[in-house]
Design a protein around this ligand. Structure first.
Ligand SMILES: [Zn+2]
Length: 264
């Protein structure tokens, strides 16, 4: 049986239920027609120029992304900004768009669990419970063995396939690690409450870093993109499994996304 856009929406609602999304989020079905046929799906972190280019070149019918390409209310869909030009390109090429975002951050097996698994954490629990609408952002777990900060930073870089991470040691040996994929520096207090010695997240600013480190928390900034990219292949596999289980024939591809920040 061939799939339509609505089948993929239902599959995504099963993988990352929308009620787990934060109230400020704009996740879900964003572009397209529910009854359009879907033969090819592409999973990506972002609706970026390189992703849309690949989706068009590979004649993809639907993009499933983590970050929603529409966040603030739109005033126009034309080629006057790169963002609305990308939306226009999706519409012109019949590419539907669904974005999961904070529901995928929260859900069991989502962004943060994938990151915790990559880092080899054990006894993983949620970092922030009872976010709006029952979501649970971030995770805390322990390393099988204590590590020096330098070795841990090198390990994070390696397992996430990154060119670099930045970090600051607060002088603690690494054992109990808190993490939040994307921009999670707002949860320093929660990391400390859980007794974490180290916090891995992205998008850390100078004064936020000072606050964390002077409070006794080692910090690793593994970049927003670097901490969230690992979920893409996991999500693609989940969609493919659910399509097969439902007897729906559609191919699931993953986009090739280059790391935005380079080190010079
Ligand atoms: Zn993000």
């Amino acid at each position: 049986m061939s799939a339509v856009v609505n089948d993929i929406i239902k599959i995504m609602d099963g993988i990352a239920p929308r009620e787990l999304a934060e109230s400020w989020d704009n996740a879900g079905f964003l572009i397209g027609r529910r009854d359009n046929a879907v033969k090819k799906i592409m999973v990506a972190l972002d609706v970026s120029p390189e992703v849309v280019q690949q989706a068009v070149a590979q004649k993809v019918d639907m993009l499933v992304t983590h970050h929603p390409p529409i966040f603030k209310p739109l005033k126009a869909i034309c080629d006057s900004s790169w963002q609305s030009a990308l939306l226009l390109k999706c519409i012109e090429n019949g590419i539907a768009v669904y974005s999961a975002h904070t529901s995928l951050d929260s859900v069991l097996g989502g962004v943060n669990d994938v990151l915790a698994e990559k880092l080899g954490l054990q006894n993983v629990t949620t970092l922030v419970n009872g976010c709006e609408d029952g979501g649970s952002l971030g995770r805390v777990g322990t390393l099988p063995q204590k590590m020096e900060f330098d070795a841990f930073a090198a390990m994070v870089k390696r397992v996430l396939g990154l060119e670099f991470v930045t970090g600051i040691s607060a002088g603690k040996v690494v054992h109990k690690v808190a993490l939040c994929g994307g921009a999670g520096i707002d949860f320093v207090a929660e990391a400390l409450e859980h007794g974490a010695d180290t916090y891995v997240t992205g998008d850390i600013k100078y004064h936020e870093a000072q606050n964390a480190v002077f409070s006794g928390l080692n910090l690793i900034d593994a970049t927003h993109q670097g901490t969230e990219l690992p979920v893409v292949t996991v999500l693609a596999d989940k969609i493919a499994l659910r399509l097969a289980a439902a007897g729906l024939g559609a191919q699931v591809l993953t986009a090739h996304e280059t790391l935005l920040f380079k080190q010079y």
